[in-house]
Design a protein around this ligand. Structure first.
Ligand SMILES: Nc1ncnc2c1ncn2[C@@H]1O[C@H](COP(=O)(O)OP(=O)(O)OP(=O)(O)O)[C@@H](O)[C@H]1O
Length: 247
């Protein structure tokens, strides 16, 4: 893997040169706008991100900070390739897998927890054998007991969160993009989930985390990006960015 890939078409870095192998993702002057129904946005567009540039190196854990509506989830969706930027480029390693973990989304309510877990694993690129092999770990970690084999539409919000997190934890991809998955469930499960995620990010896993829990960002991340009003207001070592964010 010597070059980063932007979307499905651009196979070269913006300057046409080689990107170092350890850069797993690069955002180059990325802006994103949504079509707005409200007329107070210029030309019917709501610009959520404005000229954001950053690089994510292999093994780094990047925390994204910002107030409600700052554009954090949008940024993760752009990084995952679910959204295409309105302007700028997002470069990825062509052979690496990028997976966005969010809770509560993507479950088929009529299917059981087990079948949803299997489906998620398959959608994230596992083979049928790999998906089946991780079901027991998911059942055990989720502590759902017999409910694991009940339809998800009978679950409470907390039970869905347990299933979502336990499934996400099994995901084996090169770049893990995590949206607020550690802020749900009851306290004991949250602590267990945080500990499991901490073990995961300490290794050479490349991770991007969005969380409103500043302490989690401080503890798990080595770099942070602070998004404010669509712009990158701070980017660098987590301690320094957090200090600026809090002041
Ligand atoms: N699909 C969409 N269509 C139109 N506007 C959207 C869409 N998704 C998000 N937005 C708007 O974009 C802005 C940023 O949303 P985003 O979800 O990225 O913020 P966030 O920082 O993750 O917020 P929070 O911390 O509240 O989860 C918000 O003003 C939101 O209303």
């Amino acid at each position: 893997m010597s070059k980063l890939e932007s979307g499905r078409v651009d196979l070269v870095a913006p300057d046409g040169g080689e990107q170092p192998d350890d850069v797993m993702l690069e955002m180059v002057d990325v802006s994103h706008s949504y079509h707005a129904r409200r007329s107070n946005f210029e030309k019917g567009l709501h610009r959520v991100l404005d000229g954001v540039s950053l690089k994510l190196h292999r093994g780094q854990t990047l925390g994204i900070l910002g107030r409600n509506g700052a554009g954090k989830t949008t940024m993760l969706r752009l990084m995952a390739g679910i959204l295409a930027p309105s302007r700028g480029k997002i470069l990825r390693q062509p052979e690496a897998r990028y997976s966005l973990l969010t809770l509560g989304l993507g479950f088929q309510p009529q299917l059981t927890g087990r079948d949803n877990a299997r489906l998620s694993a398959l959608l994230q690129g596992s083979t049928a054998g790999e998906a089946d092999a991780c079901l027991e770990s998911i059942r055990e970690f989720s502590e759902l007991g017999v409910s694991f084999d009940e339809p998800v539409n009978t679950y409470s919000a907390g039970m869905r969160a347990r299933l979502g997190f336990s499934t996400a934890l099994q995901t084996r991809v090169e770049v893990l993009l995590i949206d607020e998955v550690l802020s749900v469930g009851d306290r004991s499960f949250r602590e267990k989930a945080t500990e499991a995620m901490r073990e995961r990010v300490i290794g050479d896993q490349t991770v991007v985390i969005v969380s409103h829990a500043e302490s989690q960002i401080e503890e798990m991340c080595d770099v942070a990006a602070w998004i404010d009003n669509g712009k990158l207001r701070g980017y660098g070592r987590v301690g320094e960015v957090l200090e600026a964010y809090r002041s």
